[in-house]
Design a protein around this ligand. Sequence first.
Ligand SMILES: [Zn+2]
Length: 214
Amino acid sequence: MKTLRLYWIDPYISQFKATVESIMGRDVVLDGTYFYPQGGGQIYDTGTISGLKVVSVRREDDQILHTLESEPTFQVGSEVECRIDWDRRYKIMRLHSAAHLLYYSMQEEFGEECKPASPGLTDDTKSREDYLFKEKPDPLRLQRVEERVNDLVRAKLTINTWSEGETRYWKIDPYPAMLCGGTHPKNTSEIGTVKVSRGKKPGAGKERIEITLL
Ligand SMILES: [Zn+2]
Protein backbone atom coordinates (compact mmCIF):
# COMPACT_ATOMS: atom_id res chain seq x y z
CA MET A 1 0.00 0.00 0.00
CA LYS A 2 1.02 3.56 -0.69
CA THR A 3 2.46 5.43 2.32
CA LEU A 4 0.66 8.74 2.88
CA ARG A 5 3.24 11.53 2.58
CA LEU A 6 1.98 13.61 5.48
CA TYR A 7 5.10 15.83 5.57
CA TRP A 8 3.64 17.61 2.54
CA ILE A 9 0.36 18.30 4.34
CA ASP A 10 2.02 19.84 7.42
CA PRO A 11 5.84 20.05 7.54
CA TYR A 12 5.69 21.43 11.12
CA ILE A 13 4.40 18.18 12.68
CA SER A 14 7.16 16.39 14.60
CA GLN A 15 5.14 14.02 16.84
CA PHE A 16 2.45 11.69 15.54
CA LYS A 17 0.82 8.29 15.87
CA ALA A 18 0.73 5.82 12.98
CA THR A 19 -0.15 2.20 12.25
CA VAL A 20 2.54 -0.28 11.20
CA GLU A 21 1.82 -1.61 7.71
CA SER A 22 4.81 -3.92 7.30
CA ILE A 23 8.18 -4.87 8.80
CA MET A 24 11.16 -6.24 6.88
CA GLY A 25 14.11 -6.75 9.23
CA ARG A 26 14.92 -3.26 10.53
CA ASP A 27 12.76 -1.51 7.90
CA VAL A 28 9.32 -0.32 8.93
CA VAL A 29 6.49 0.94 6.72
CA LEU A 30 3.72 3.02 8.31
CA ASP A 31 0.26 3.89 6.92
CA GLY A 32 1.37 7.52 6.75
CA THR A 33 4.47 9.42 7.80
CA TYR A 34 5.79 12.88 8.55
CA PHE A 35 9.39 11.53 8.27
CA TYR A 36 10.99 12.90 5.10
CA PRO A 37 12.74 10.23 2.99
CA GLN A 38 16.05 11.11 1.30
CA GLY A 39 15.45 12.64 -2.11
CA GLY A 40 15.21 15.79 -4.20
CA GLY A 41 18.41 17.16 -2.70
CA GLN A 42 17.20 16.89 0.90
CA ILE A 43 18.54 14.45 3.50
CA TYR A 44 16.22 12.04 5.36
CA ASP A 45 14.82 12.79 8.81
CA THR A 46 15.93 11.09 12.00
CA GLY A 47 13.96 10.51 15.20
CA THR A 48 12.27 7.59 16.94
CA ILE A 49 9.42 5.12 16.39
CA SER A 50 8.17 3.63 19.65
CA GLY A 51 11.39 4.84 21.28
CA LEU A 52 13.62 3.03 18.73
CA LYS A 53 16.00 5.22 16.77
CA VAL A 54 15.23 5.92 13.10
CA VAL A 55 18.66 5.99 11.43
CA SER A 56 17.54 6.64 7.84
CA VAL A 57 14.40 6.99 5.74
CA ARG A 58 14.07 6.16 2.06
CA ARG A 59 11.40 5.83 -0.57
CA GLU A 60 10.91 2.68 -2.63
CA ASP A 61 8.19 3.18 -5.23
CA ASP A 62 5.11 4.26 -3.28
CA GLN A 63 6.36 3.17 0.12
CA ILE A 64 8.46 4.99 2.68
CA LEU A 65 10.83 2.76 4.64
CA HIS A 66 12.09 3.85 8.06
CA THR A 67 15.28 1.98 9.01
CA LEU A 68 15.57 1.44 12.75
CA GLU A 69 18.78 1.02 14.74
CA SER A 70 17.58 -2.44 15.84
CA GLU A 71 14.80 -4.85 14.91
CA PRO A 72 11.44 -3.58 16.17
CA THR A 73 9.65 -5.03 19.19
CA PHE A 74 6.22 -3.98 17.82
CA GLN A 75 4.20 -5.88 15.21
CA VAL A 76 2.32 -5.21 12.00
CA GLY A 77 -0.96 -3.51 12.93
CA SER A 78 0.51 -1.90 16.09
CA GLU A 79 -0.08 1.78 16.72
CA VAL A 80 3.26 3.47 17.24
CA GLU A 81 4.36 6.81 18.65
CA CYS A 82 6.69 8.66 16.27
CA ARG A 83 8.98 11.62 16.93
CA ILE A 84 11.08 13.50 14.42
CA ASP A 85 14.29 15.25 15.62
CA TRP A 86 12.70 18.66 15.18
CA ASP A 87 15.76 20.89 15.70
CA ARG A 88 17.54 18.99 12.94
CA ARG A 89 14.53 18.93 10.57
CA TYR A 90 13.75 22.64 11.07
CA LYS A 91 17.33 23.56 10.15
CA ILE A 92 17.01 21.38 7.03
CA MET A 93 13.73 23.12 6.08
CA ARG A 94 15.27 26.57 6.51
CA LEU A 95 18.43 25.65 4.56
CA HIS A 96 16.43 24.01 1.78
CA SER A 97 14.34 27.15 1.22
CA ALA A 98 17.56 29.21 1.40
CA ALA A 99 18.93 27.04 -1.45
CA HIS A 100 15.95 28.12 -3.56
CA LEU A 101 16.59 31.80 -2.74
CA LEU A 102 20.21 31.21 -3.70
CA TYR A 103 19.12 29.93 -7.12
CA TYR A 104 17.23 33.15 -7.96
CA SER A 105 20.04 35.30 -6.57
CA MET A 106 22.70 33.42 -8.57
CA GLN A 107 20.65 33.84 -11.76
CA GLU A 108 20.29 37.56 -11.10
CA GLU A 109 23.98 38.04 -10.42
CA PHE A 110 25.66 35.65 -12.87
CA GLY A 111 23.00 35.18 -15.56
CA GLU A 112 20.86 32.28 -16.71
CA GLU A 113 23.76 30.09 -17.83
CA CYS A 114 24.84 29.82 -14.17
CA LYS A 115 22.67 26.77 -13.42
CA PRO A 116 22.99 24.03 -10.81
CA ALA A 117 24.89 21.07 -12.32
CA SER A 118 23.16 18.52 -10.02
CA PRO A 119 20.37 18.52 -7.40
CA GLY A 120 22.84 19.25 -4.56
CA LEU A 121 22.31 18.24 -0.95
CA THR A 122 20.80 19.98 2.04
CA ASP A 123 21.35 18.57 5.51
CA ASP A 124 21.13 20.20 8.95
CA THR A 125 24.59 21.80 8.73
CA LYS A 126 24.58 23.29 5.23
CA SER A 127 23.15 23.33 1.76
CA ARG A 128 25.63 22.63 -1.02
CA GLU A 129 24.98 22.98 -4.70
CA ASP A 130 27.34 22.81 -7.70
CA TYR A 131 26.78 25.62 -10.21
CA LEU A 132 28.13 25.77 -13.74
CA PHE A 133 30.83 28.43 -13.98
CA LYS A 134 33.13 29.25 -16.88
CA GLU A 135 35.59 31.02 -14.61
CA LYS A 136 36.26 31.47 -10.92
CA PRO A 137 33.50 33.64 -9.39
CA ASP A 138 34.50 37.09 -8.18
CA PRO A 139 34.23 37.06 -4.35
CA LEU A 140 32.56 40.49 -4.41
CA ARG A 141 29.84 39.16 -6.68
CA LEU A 142 29.31 36.18 -4.38
CA GLN A 143 29.00 38.63 -1.52
CA ARG A 144 26.28 40.39 -3.51
CA VAL A 145 24.52 37.04 -3.93
CA GLU A 146 24.62 36.59 -0.14
CA GLU A 147 23.13 40.08 0.29
CA ARG A 148 20.34 39.28 -2.18
CA VAL A 149 19.49 36.05 -0.33
CA ASN A 150 19.39 37.91 2.98
CA ASP A 151 17.25 40.66 1.40
CA LEU A 152 14.71 37.98 0.41
CA VAL A 153 14.80 36.65 3.98
CA ARG A 154 14.18 40.13 5.38
CA ALA A 155 11.38 40.75 2.86
CA LYS A 156 9.31 38.17 4.83
CA LEU A 157 7.92 36.53 1.69
CA THR A 158 5.22 33.86 1.90
CA ILE A 159 6.45 30.47 0.70
CA ASN A 160 3.77 28.49 -1.11
CA THR A 161 4.06 24.76 -1.78
CA TRP A 162 1.45 22.62 -3.52
CA SER A 163 0.86 19.42 -5.48
CA GLU A 164 -0.31 18.92 -9.04
CA GLY A 165 -0.76 15.19 -9.41
CA GLU A 166 2.51 13.64 -8.21
CA THR A 167 4.45 16.86 -8.80
CA ARG A 168 5.24 19.32 -6.00
CA TYR A 169 5.92 23.00 -6.46
CA TRP A 170 7.59 25.74 -4.40
CA LYS A 171 7.01 29.44 -5.01
CA ILE A 172 7.64 32.93 -3.71
CA ASP A 173 6.34 36.01 -5.54
CA PRO A 174 7.35 37.47 -7.96
CA TYR A 175 9.59 34.56 -9.02
CA PRO A 176 8.46 31.62 -11.17
CA ALA A 177 7.54 28.40 -9.36
CA MET A 178 10.21 25.69 -8.89
CA LEU A 179 9.74 21.92 -8.81
CA CYS A 180 10.45 20.68 -5.29
CA GLY A 181 9.26 17.79 -3.12
CA GLY A 182 11.12 18.92 0.01
CA THR A 183 9.83 20.34 3.28
CA HIS A 184 9.84 24.11 3.75
CA PRO A 185 8.95 26.85 6.24
CA LYS A 186 5.94 29.08 5.54
CA ASN A 187 7.84 32.34 5.28
CA THR A 188 11.35 33.36 4.19
CA SER A 189 11.78 35.23 7.50
CA GLU A 190 11.99 31.86 9.30
CA ILE A 191 15.26 31.12 7.47
CA GLY A 192 17.14 33.86 9.33
CA THR A 193 20.42 35.40 8.19
CA VAL A 194 22.57 33.09 6.07
CA LYS A 195 26.17 32.95 4.91
CA VAL A 196 27.02 32.09 1.29
CA SER A 197 30.50 30.78 0.53
CA ARG A 198 32.51 28.72 -1.95
CA GLY A 199 33.07 25.10 -1.03
CA LYS A 200 35.63 22.61 -2.30
CA LYS A 201 35.83 22.82 -6.10
CA PRO A 202 33.85 19.86 -7.47
CA GLY A 203 35.51 19.77 -10.91
CA ALA A 204 36.24 21.79 -14.04
CA GLY A 205 33.58 24.33 -15.02
CA LYS A 206 31.79 24.03 -11.68
CA GLU A 207 31.85 25.78 -8.33
CA ARG A 208 30.34 24.48 -5.10
CA ILE A 209 28.26 27.13 -3.38
CA GLU A 210 27.43 26.51 0.26
CA ILE A 211 24.87 28.11 2.55
CA THR A 212 25.01 28.00 6.33
CA LEU A 213 22.70 29.46 8.96
CA LEU A 214 24.14 32.13 11.24
ZN1 LIG B 1 14.00 22.13 -3.39
